[in-house]
Design a protein around this ligand. Structure first.
Ligand SMILES: [Zn+2]
Length: 180
């Protein structure tokens, strides 16, 4: 299957590293979003926040949350330290998020420069900072403004079509090289 996948990516002219990066991000962020939705829907946010904040070891606290809300997932600190760390950073944001900050224009200008005046998903040019739309890579209502590097500037099309689905990003990867 792996070889078939690599052949397919080559035939589609998709960069293997780009594909791996997007898959990795999708798996970690997807797990986080699933856990948060579960915590919310079971009305456990206050209790879990208290537990998480009072725990001395956030990695252990993260593992415990995983066991409570995603039993089938076997991620653990010994074998998957980076992933548990990443999840603990996200959960820390989830439990500590504050009310929304305002200065959106300067963030847009900053991202516009960093992204070389291009949409961060499809790469289409964005002529002026204000033509871009500010997107939170992981939903704002889950992590607030706590997470660094969680903002990106997107063109209108990508921002509209992305929604909360990573499938869109895979589809862009597929069509990105079409014009070349
Ligand atoms: Zn775009």
């Amino acid at each position: 299957m792996k070889e078939e996948l690599l052949k397919l990516l080559a035939a589609y002219n998709i960069n293997v590293d780009d594909f791996y990066k997007l898959s990795y991000k999708t798996l970690i962020n997807g797990l986080f979003e699933d856990i948060c939705k579960d915590i919310k829907s079971k009305g456990q946010e206050t209790e879990e926040r208290k537990r998480f904040k009072e725990s001395r070891n956030t990695l252990k606290a993260t593992e415990a949350i995983l066991r409570r809300y995603h039993k089938s997932c076997k991620l653990n600190e010994d074998d998957n330290k980076n992933e548990i760390e990443q999840l603990s950073i996200l959960l820390n944001c989830f439990f500590n998020k504050k009310p929304r900050m305002t200065s959106k224009i300067s963030i847009k200008e900053y991202l516009w420069e960093v992204q070389n005046h291009k949409c961060n998903i499809c790469g289409e040019p964005i002529i002026k900072p204000n033509e871009g739309e500010l997107d939170h890579i992981i939903a704002y209502d889950l992590v607030g403004d706590e997470l660094e590097n969680n903002s990106q500037l997107l063109c209108k099309t990508c921002n509209t079509r992305k929604g909360n689905s990573s499938a869109y990003e895979f589809s862009v990867l597929l069509t990105k090289n079409k014009k070349k």
